[in-house]
Design a protein around this ligand. Sequence first.
Ligand SMILES: CC(C)(COP(=O)(O)OP(=O)(O)OC[C@H]1O[C@@H](n2cnc3c(N)ncnc32)[C@H](O)[C@@H]1OP(=O)(O)O)[C@@H](O)C(=O)NCCC(=O)NCCS
Length: 153
Amino acid sequence: MTRKPEFKILPMSEEHIPEVARLEIECFSVPWSPRMLRDAISSPTGVYLAAVSDNGVLGYIGADFVLDTGYITNIAVAPGMRRRGIGAALLSALTREAAERNLKYLTLEVRRGNLPAISLYSSRGFKKTGERPGYYKNPDEDADIMTAEIQSF
Ligand SMILES: CC(C)(COP(=O)(O)OP(=O)(O)OC[C@H]1O[C@@H](n2cnc3c(N)ncnc32)[C@H](O)[C@@H]1OP(=O)(O)O)[C@@H](O)C(=O)NCCC(=O)NCCS
Protein backbone atom coordinates (compact mmCIF):
# COMPACT_ATOMS: atom_id res chain seq x y z
CA MET A 1 0.00 0.00 0.00
CA THR A 2 1.26 3.50 -0.80
CA ARG A 3 1.38 5.68 2.30
CA LYS A 4 -0.09 9.16 2.06
CA PRO A 5 2.85 11.58 2.30
CA GLU A 6 2.87 14.24 4.99
CA PHE A 7 3.26 17.72 3.61
CA LYS A 8 2.30 21.32 4.22
CA ILE A 9 1.16 23.77 1.60
CA LEU A 10 3.09 27.02 1.93
CA PRO A 11 3.43 30.20 -0.11
CA MET A 12 6.35 29.55 -2.49
CA SER A 13 9.42 31.55 -1.47
CA GLU A 14 13.03 32.03 -2.51
CA GLU A 15 14.19 28.95 -0.54
CA HIS A 16 11.94 26.70 -2.70
CA ILE A 17 13.14 28.04 -6.08
CA PRO A 18 16.06 25.61 -6.71
CA GLU A 19 13.87 22.54 -6.08
CA VAL A 20 10.93 23.93 -8.05
CA ALA A 21 13.28 24.70 -10.96
CA ARG A 22 14.44 21.05 -10.86
CA LEU A 23 10.81 19.89 -10.92
CA GLU A 24 10.17 22.15 -13.92
CA ILE A 25 12.98 20.36 -15.80
CA GLU A 26 11.65 16.93 -14.77
CA CYS A 27 8.03 17.72 -15.65
CA PHE A 28 7.99 20.01 -18.71
CA SER A 29 9.63 20.09 -22.14
CA VAL A 30 9.85 23.91 -21.95
CA PRO A 31 10.73 24.45 -18.26
CA TRP A 32 10.59 27.77 -16.43
CA SER A 33 14.01 28.97 -15.32
CA PRO A 34 14.81 30.03 -11.72
CA ARG A 35 14.63 33.63 -12.90
CA MET A 36 11.13 33.16 -14.36
CA LEU A 37 10.02 31.54 -11.10
CA ARG A 38 11.50 34.41 -9.07
CA ASP A 39 9.68 36.95 -11.26
CA ALA A 40 6.44 34.97 -10.88
CA ILE A 41 6.51 34.79 -7.08
CA SER A 42 7.36 38.48 -6.76
CA SER A 43 4.65 39.63 -9.19
CA PRO A 44 1.79 41.49 -7.47
CA THR A 45 -0.72 39.23 -9.28
CA GLY A 46 1.19 35.96 -8.66
CA VAL A 47 -0.10 33.33 -6.21
CA TYR A 48 2.37 30.45 -5.93
CA LEU A 49 2.05 27.58 -3.46
CA ALA A 50 4.43 24.70 -2.73
CA ALA A 51 3.69 21.31 -1.15
CA VAL A 52 6.62 20.82 1.21
CA SER A 53 7.57 17.72 3.24
CA ASP A 54 10.54 17.10 5.52
CA ASN A 55 12.34 15.87 2.39
CA GLY A 56 11.70 19.03 0.39
CA VAL A 57 9.34 20.28 -2.29
CA LEU A 58 6.93 17.61 -3.61
CA GLY A 59 4.93 19.84 -5.94
CA TYR A 60 3.71 23.32 -6.63
CA ILE A 61 0.97 25.35 -8.28
CA GLY A 62 0.94 28.90 -9.56
CA ALA A 63 -1.56 31.40 -10.87
CA ASP A 64 -2.04 35.03 -11.75
CA PHE A 65 -5.10 36.54 -10.08
CA VAL A 66 -6.44 39.30 -12.33
CA LEU A 67 -9.81 40.95 -11.60
CA ASP A 68 -12.32 38.10 -11.12
CA THR A 69 -10.21 35.32 -12.69
CA GLY A 70 -7.25 33.20 -11.60
CA TYR A 71 -5.13 32.06 -14.56
CA ILE A 72 -3.33 28.88 -13.52
CA THR A 73 0.16 28.95 -15.05
CA ASN A 74 1.68 25.74 -13.65
CA ILE A 75 0.95 22.70 -11.54
CA ALA A 76 3.38 19.85 -11.14
CA VAL A 77 4.08 17.01 -8.72
CA ALA A 78 7.39 15.15 -8.52
CA PRO A 79 7.17 12.04 -10.74
CA GLY A 80 7.77 9.62 -7.85
CA MET A 81 5.06 11.25 -5.70
CA ARG A 82 2.08 11.27 -8.07
CA ARG A 83 -1.36 9.70 -7.45
CA ARG A 84 -1.16 10.43 -3.72
CA GLY A 85 -3.45 13.46 -3.60
CA ILE A 86 -0.78 16.17 -3.77
CA GLY A 87 -1.98 17.73 -7.05
CA ALA A 88 -5.57 17.77 -5.78
CA ALA A 89 -4.46 19.33 -2.47
CA LEU A 90 -2.55 22.07 -4.31
CA LEU A 91 -5.54 22.82 -6.55
CA SER A 92 -7.87 22.93 -3.53
CA ALA A 93 -5.54 25.31 -1.68
CA LEU A 94 -5.38 27.62 -4.69
CA THR A 95 -9.19 27.48 -5.07
CA ARG A 96 -9.60 28.39 -1.38
CA GLU A 97 -7.26 31.34 -1.81
CA ALA A 98 -9.22 32.45 -4.90
CA ALA A 99 -12.54 32.15 -3.03
CA GLU A 100 -11.18 34.17 -0.12
CA ARG A 101 -10.27 36.93 -2.57
CA ASN A 102 -13.75 36.78 -4.16
CA LEU A 103 -12.59 35.57 -7.57
CA LYS A 104 -15.29 34.03 -9.77
CA TYR A 105 -13.32 31.76 -12.11
CA LEU A 106 -10.18 29.68 -12.39
CA THR A 107 -8.97 28.96 -15.89
CA LEU A 108 -6.00 27.28 -17.60
CA GLU A 109 -4.63 25.76 -20.78
CA VAL A 110 -3.79 22.06 -20.93
CA ARG A 111 -2.26 19.86 -23.63
CA ARG A 112 -5.11 17.96 -25.26
CA GLY A 113 -3.32 14.64 -24.64
CA ASN A 114 -2.45 15.28 -20.98
CA LEU A 115 -4.96 12.84 -19.51
CA PRO A 116 -3.70 12.91 -15.88
CA ALA A 117 -4.04 16.71 -15.76
CA ILE A 118 -7.40 16.75 -17.60
CA SER A 119 -8.70 14.07 -15.18
CA LEU A 120 -7.57 16.13 -12.20
CA TYR A 121 -9.22 19.31 -13.49
CA SER A 122 -12.45 17.53 -14.55
CA SER A 123 -12.73 15.92 -11.12
CA ARG A 124 -12.51 19.40 -9.56
CA GLY A 125 -15.26 21.09 -11.59
CA PHE A 126 -13.28 22.35 -14.61
CA LYS A 127 -15.00 22.13 -17.99
CA LYS A 128 -13.66 22.68 -21.49
CA THR A 129 -14.55 26.24 -22.50
CA GLY A 130 -12.36 26.72 -25.58
CA GLU A 131 -9.31 25.65 -27.50
CA ARG A 132 -6.07 27.14 -28.81
CA PRO A 133 -4.86 25.26 -31.91
CA GLY A 134 -1.06 24.83 -32.03
CA TYR A 135 -0.57 26.49 -28.63
CA TYR A 136 2.18 24.14 -27.43
CA LYS A 137 5.61 23.45 -28.95
CA ASN A 138 8.08 20.62 -28.38
CA PRO A 139 6.04 18.62 -29.27
CA ASP A 140 3.41 20.61 -31.20
CA GLU A 141 -0.02 20.12 -29.66
CA ASP A 142 -3.33 21.95 -29.33
CA ALA A 143 -4.46 23.35 -25.99
CA ASP A 144 -7.86 22.98 -24.45
CA ILE A 145 -8.97 25.88 -22.26
CA MET A 146 -10.64 24.63 -19.08
CA THR A 147 -12.51 26.85 -16.63
CA ALA A 148 -14.15 26.34 -13.24
CA GLU A 149 -16.62 28.57 -11.50
CA ILE A 150 -15.56 29.17 -7.91
CA GLN A 151 -18.22 28.27 -5.37
CA SER A 152 -18.44 30.43 -2.27
CA PHE A 153 -17.06 28.74 0.81
C1 LIG B 1 -1.31 16.49 -13.26
C2 LIG B 1 -0.54 16.23 -11.97
C3 LIG B 1 -0.17 17.58 -11.33
C4 LIG B 1 -1.48 15.47 -11.00
O1 LIG B 1 -0.85 15.38 -9.72
P1 LIG B 1 -1.10 14.16 -8.71
O2 LIG B 1 -0.54 14.54 -7.40
O3 LIG B 1 -0.60 12.91 -9.31
O4 LIG B 1 -2.70 14.13 -8.66
P2 LIG B 1 -3.59 13.50 -7.49
O5 LIG B 1 -2.96 12.30 -6.91
O6 LIG B 1 -3.97 14.58 -6.53
O7 LIG B 1 -4.87 13.03 -8.34
C5 LIG B 1 -6.13 13.71 -8.23
C6 LIG B 1 -7.05 13.16 -9.31
O8 LIG B 1 -6.54 13.49 -10.63
C7 LIG B 1 -6.79 12.41 -11.53
N1 LIG B 1 -5.50 11.83 -11.97
C8 LIG B 1 -4.26 12.16 -11.55
N2 LIG B 1 -3.33 11.44 -12.23
C9 LIG B 1 -3.99 10.64 -13.07
C10 LIG B 1 -3.59 9.66 -14.02
N3 LIG B 1 -2.29 9.36 -14.23
N4 LIG B 1 -4.55 9.03 -14.76
C11 LIG B 1 -5.87 9.31 -14.56
N5 LIG B 1 -6.32 10.22 -13.65
C12 LIG B 1 -5.40 10.89 -12.92
C13 LIG B 1 -7.61 11.39 -10.74
O9 LIG B 1 -8.98 11.77 -10.88
C14 LIG B 1 -7.14 11.64 -9.33
O10 LIG B 1 -8.01 11.22 -8.34
P3 LIG B 1 -7.87 9.70 -7.77
O11 LIG B 1 -6.40 9.47 -7.46
O12 LIG B 1 -8.74 9.72 -6.56
O13 LIG B 1 -8.35 8.82 -8.88
C15 LIG B 1 0.73 15.35 -12.21
O14 LIG B 1 0.37 14.24 -13.00
C16 LIG B 1 1.88 16.08 -12.87
O15 LIG B 1 2.70 16.74 -12.23
N6 LIG B 1 1.98 15.98 -14.22
C17 LIG B 1 3.10 16.60 -14.96
C18 LIG B 1 2.96 18.11 -15.04
C19 LIG B 1 1.69 18.50 -15.78
O16 LIG B 1 1.34 17.93 -16.79
N7 LIG B 1 1.01 19.55 -15.27
C20 LIG B 1 -0.23 20.04 -15.85
C21 LIG B 1 0.05 21.13 -16.81
S1 LIG B 1 -1.47 21.77 -17.52
